[in-house]
Design a protein. Structure first.
Length: 191
């Protein structure tokens, strides 16, 4: 899609992805199908999108984050920091279990948790063979390949209730029907 054809609602997401300080240099905005991207929203972040609980997941013990009364964190998590172990524990509350690799399996929903030296950075959900869906903070969510996002990876899966998510499934369509977006959240978009 030519840059002139990109909907204005995705401009902030594109600027974020094209920023030289962007944490995933292999992902370029020219490689994204912006026509299928969701509307920006601050209702949920990458973790909420990945596990299918559309809320803004934010550990209450992470002082480097700006917290909001709408933030969500599952009860009973023993580590409320940005440690990847806390996000692993949070994913487990949604029925995800550790698995090996990124192979597509129709009967499972698979997520990836990315971290840098043990600190959580990002979560994405698999929507097809070598197709993943990411959301960065309050920006649009969009599909990409796994090689386009880098970092130490932890793979988790759960049995699909009905079917594995696809671009057309209700799990993903709820994302695409989101509102017009809202005010900018000032903390790091990958958390």
């Amino acid at each position: 899609m030519a840059s002139g054809e990109i909907p204005e609602k995705h401009r902030e997401t594109i600027n974020f992805v094209d920023d030289p300080d962007y944490p995933f240099p292999n992902l370029k905005s020219v490689d994204v199908d912006w026509a299928s991207a969701s509307d920006p929203t601050e209702d949920y972040n990458c973790m909420g999108m990945a596990v299918g609980v559309r809320k803004w997941w934010s550990p209450p013990g992470a002082p480097e984050l700006i917290h909001n009364p709408r933030d969500y964190w599952p009860l009973g998590i023993t580590d409320n920091s940005l440690a990847v172990e806390a996000f692993v524990e949070a994913a487990e509350t949604c029925g995800f279990n550790c698995c090996q690799g990124a192979d597509w399996e129709d009967q499972f929903e698979r997520i990836v948790l990315l971290h840098d030296e043990g600190e959580f950075r990002h979560a994405a959900v698999q929507v097809g063979p070598d197709r993943w869906l990411s959301k960065f903070g309050d920006l649009s969510d969009f599909e990409h390949t796994l090689t386009q996002i880098e970092g130490y990876r932890e793979f988790w899966r759960r049995a699909a209730i009905h079917e594995a998510p696809t671009a057309e499934s209700p799990l993903i369509q709820r994302t695409r029907r989101s509102g017009q977006g809202a005010a900018h959240r000032p903390h790091c978009r990958c958390r």
